[in-house]
Ligand binder design. Structure first.
Ligand SMILES: O=C([O-])C(=O)C[C@H](O)[C@@H](O)C(=O)[O-]
Ligand SMILES: [Mg+2]
Length: 427
């Protein structure tokens, strides 16, 4: 007989983040995440991680007490989360606004999915510990022993503007040479052999030049460019023409399914997205218009690990490829991505991860990439253990600091006071 949930802990933290540039601005020195612990009557601990912005955190805190006394069941989690939306005043969310401009439209159900997913992961982790099996076994079993990730390259500043803000040793990358140097270090340190450049920062011609420089430095290796919907249809087509035979896909060149479909009709370069297809109700229009050829799933957005498997089945049905998107995250999320990726047949593109940019973690043994891959662990649950000291330290930072949401435009305004988040298309 499985034991029930005895306690649920929700801990907001702030993690250091380097000054990575994107269409909206620049990453803040610290960014919020929420860490969950689901503790069973027999003492098993399941871990989950999700966004830490106020709406997500408040919702997670409202849901936590509802789970105490319940069995380790994942099927009712989304419904439980949705019921608590009213408690946290999340009706303030405008369904038409893009969350940070980088993940498509912001809706209440997407916020609920992102919170439910973290509880789902924590329940699976607890279940794995109770039953002494890995999460991938609970998901039907792994079909691969390693999951491949790609290097996530960013234009970036060497440092944040204030002297006491977190530093790293990567240096600036503001031109093709800087991007290639960053890619070489990613390849040397982690063994990545495919590369994604975050675009939408400079004029498209400059970003095309960077991708071409990468192609010269890494001949024949997979390359992608992602401007987060910054370009018009005609600019997207110009970039597509310039990168045909160079890039393996273009990611969200333009905003909205209709524009993506128009670009897709006129280029042979596959289009990938983590913006216009981020929830099941966005699938029918996108697939029926052939707007995307690769969906970049994200278990946070889609509502969990099983939802990711469901999405994989839908994609298979329509002949659309699936890979994985990431956002700034720590080892619990990476462990969850790796577990579910291990169970999905036909995953032929390397998954995204921001993890190499993070200098902190809340697990005792942070992941190490070898040959750009992570081994799929067979240890119980997610195969990671909470580092309590680190959790407390990062929680104390949250208590001592007033950053409560990600706002890349505000971070940019500290350096360029006139900066405004762009209107679309930017180019
Ligand atoms: O593929 C993407 O669009 C992302 O990874 C979204 C992220 O927010 C990325 O743009 C970032 O970290 O700046
Ligand atoms: Mg993207």
């Amino acid at each position: 007989m499985l034991s029930r949930i005895a306690e649920v802990r929700v801990t907001p933290i702030l993690i250091s983040d380097p000054p990575l540039l994107n269409l909206q601005g620049v990453h803040q020195p610290y960014t919020p995440r929420t860490i969950l612990e689901v503790i069973t009557e027999s003492g098993a601990v399941g871990l989950g991680e999700t966004y830490g912005d106020t709406d997500y955190l408040n919702l997670a805190e409202a849901v936590a007490p509802q789970l105490v006394g319940r069995p380790l069941v994942v099927n009712n989690l989304y419904a439980t989360v949705v019921q608590r939306l009213d408690d946290v005043g999340a009706e303030r969310v405008d369904n038409t606004v893009q969350a940070e401009g980088l993940r498509g439209s912001r809706t209440l159900s997407k916020i609920a999915s992102s919170v439910a997913s973290a509880f789902e992961v924590a329940v699976y982790d607890a279940l794995g510990h109770e039953l002494d099996v890995p999460v991938h076994a609970l998901l039907g079993g792994k079909v691969r022993d390693e999951v491949e990730y790609s290097a996530y390259l960013f234009y970036r500043w060497a440092e944040h503007p204030e002297p006491d803000e977190p530093k790293d040793t990567w240096g600036a990358a503001l031109d093709p040479e800087g991007v290639v140097a960053q890619a070489k270090r990613m390849a040397d340190d982690y063994g990545f052999s495919s590369f994604k450049l975050k675009g939408g920062v400079f004029e498209p011609a400059q970003e095309v030049a960077a991708v071409r420089a990468l192609a010269e430095a890494f001949p024949g290796q997979p390359l992608r460019l992602d401007p987060n919907g910054a370009w018009s249809v005609s600019t997207s087509l110009e970039v597509a023409a310039a990168l045909e035979g160079v890039a393996e896909y273009l990611e969200d060149p333009t905003t909205g399914t209709a524009n993506m479909a128009e670009v897709a009709r006129k280029t042979s370069l596959p289009l990938a997205t983590n913006m216009c297809v981020t929830a099941f109700d966005e699938v029918p229009e996108a697939f029926s218009t052939n707007a995307v050829q690769v969906v970049l799933s994200d278990h946070h957005y889609w509502g969990g690990l099983r939802a990711t498997q469901d999405l994989a089945a839908v994609c298979r049905t329509f002949g659309v490829d699936l890979s994985m998107h990431s956002n700034t995250h720590l080892g619990i999320s990476l462990a969850a991505m790796t577990q579910v990726a291990a169970t999905i047949p036909g995953l032929r593109y390397a998954c995204d991860t921001h993890r190499p940019w993070q200098t902190e973690d809340v697990i005792t043994e942070p992941h190490t990439f070898a040959g750009g891959k992570l081994a799929v662990p067979d240890a119980p649950g997610l195969g990671v253990e909470l580092d309590r000291e680190s959790l407390e330290k990062l929680h104390k930072r949250w208590q001592d600091n007033d950053v409560r949401r990600r706002d890349d435009a505000a971070a940019m305004r500290r350096v360029h006071p006139d900066w405004a988040a762009p209107t679309f298309p930017r180019w």
